[in-house]
Design a protein around this ligand. Structure first.
Ligand code: R5P
Length: 298
């Protein structure tokens, strides 16, 4: 077994934890934006784990996906890999798991099919945003699909903070199950969620609070991902307005469009804690151990 991926801290730790060799992947990008990911080693007849992460910030999902698709195909067709397990810690386009308006694509399903067609035999991802379908495996026809919880490592990191009378808060109705999952790993039953409405055409967000007594409490606002930061910022602002002493913004995937961090801090967050499912210099928690355990168990 071999690990192929960018020679970064994440993959170095993953390779060490699995006791396998890391073959570097050079992510060359041409001036016009075309990509040419190059595998710098021999993968013939090997069971390959391909581990690639998206970068935080706008514009990177599509470049990232082209790199992943080309590398999968290259490993299978030209580099003789026997099998490929793709480690894609953040699964882009997962939010489009339904056709919300006539004429839109079913992007998450199409992406699953593209990954399979390119050569993925198994796909491991973390806290995949699936609200309207039964499970991650429904995105694939043949490939084995494993959805690892990112809330375990996030909760472990937050546990290091000396919080007083903590309360776990989801920023919108759908996030109640994220709040419950986080609360489970954190070891509390004190959680709830606000309600939010988003205009599907303009993206405008409205947050509706619940009557929860937050005064003097330390609140952890948890979500699976932050993109523009609008959802998180609204919840942080309301929690502070409702008397929270400290508000921590905690999320698994730091997608982080430009200004998202400023928006959250500007709303009054005392700290931001996210995992390393996406390359972001501010990530404090790591999902490497959870992914390594999953691979060992497969
Ligand atoms: C939505 O259902 C997700 O769980 C997140 O709350 C959402 O994607 C965050 O988006 P934004 O940061 O743009 O408000």
């Amino acid at each position: 077994m071999l690990l192929v991926g960018p020679n970064d801290d994440f993959n170095t730790k993953l390779a060490e934890s699995l006791g396998v060799k890391l073959i570097a992947l050079d992510r060359r990008v041409f001036p016009d934006g075309e990509v040419c990911p190059r595998v710098l080693g021999d993968t013939r007849d090997e069971d390959v784990i391909l581990s690639m992460r998206m970068e935080a910030g706008s514009g990177s999902p599509n470049r990232y996906l082209m790199e992943v698709l080309f590398t999968l195909r290259n490993l299978k067709e030209h580099m003789g890999a026997r099998s490929i397990t793709l480690v894609m810690p953040y699964f882009p386009y997962a939010r489009q798991d339904a056709i919300f308006r006539p004429g839109e694509p079913l992007s998450s399903k199409y992406l699953g099919e593209l990954l399979e067609a390119a050569g993925a035999d198994a796909v491991i991802s973390v806290t995949v945003h699936l609200h309207r379908i039964g499970g991650f495996s429904e995105l694939f026809e043949r490939a084995k699909a494993v959805n690892v919880s990112g809330f375990e490592s996030l909760a472990a990191e937050i546990k290091k903070l000396p919080l007083k009378d903590p309360f776990i808060l989801g920023p919108d109705t759908e996030s109640i199950h994220w709040a419950r999952e986080f609360a489970h790993y954190y070891g509390t039953e004190d959680y709830d969620a606000f309600r939010k409405e988003r205009d599907v055409a303009t993206g405008e967000i409205r947050t509706y609070v619940k009557e929860i007594d937050l005064s003097g409490r330390d609140v952890v606002v948890v979500d699976d991902m932050v993109s523009t930061g609008g959802t998180m910022a609204n919840a942080v602002r309301e929690a502070k307005r409702m008397g929270a002493r400290i508000v921590i913004s905690a999320f698994v995937h730091p997608v982080l469009a430009p200004k998202a961090v400023d928006r959250i801090l500007g709303a009054g967050a005392d700290a931001i804690v996210a995992t390393d499912t996406i390359e972001w210099q501010g990530s404090k928690a790591s999902v490497v151990r959870s992914i390594a355990e999953t691979i060992r168990g497969m």
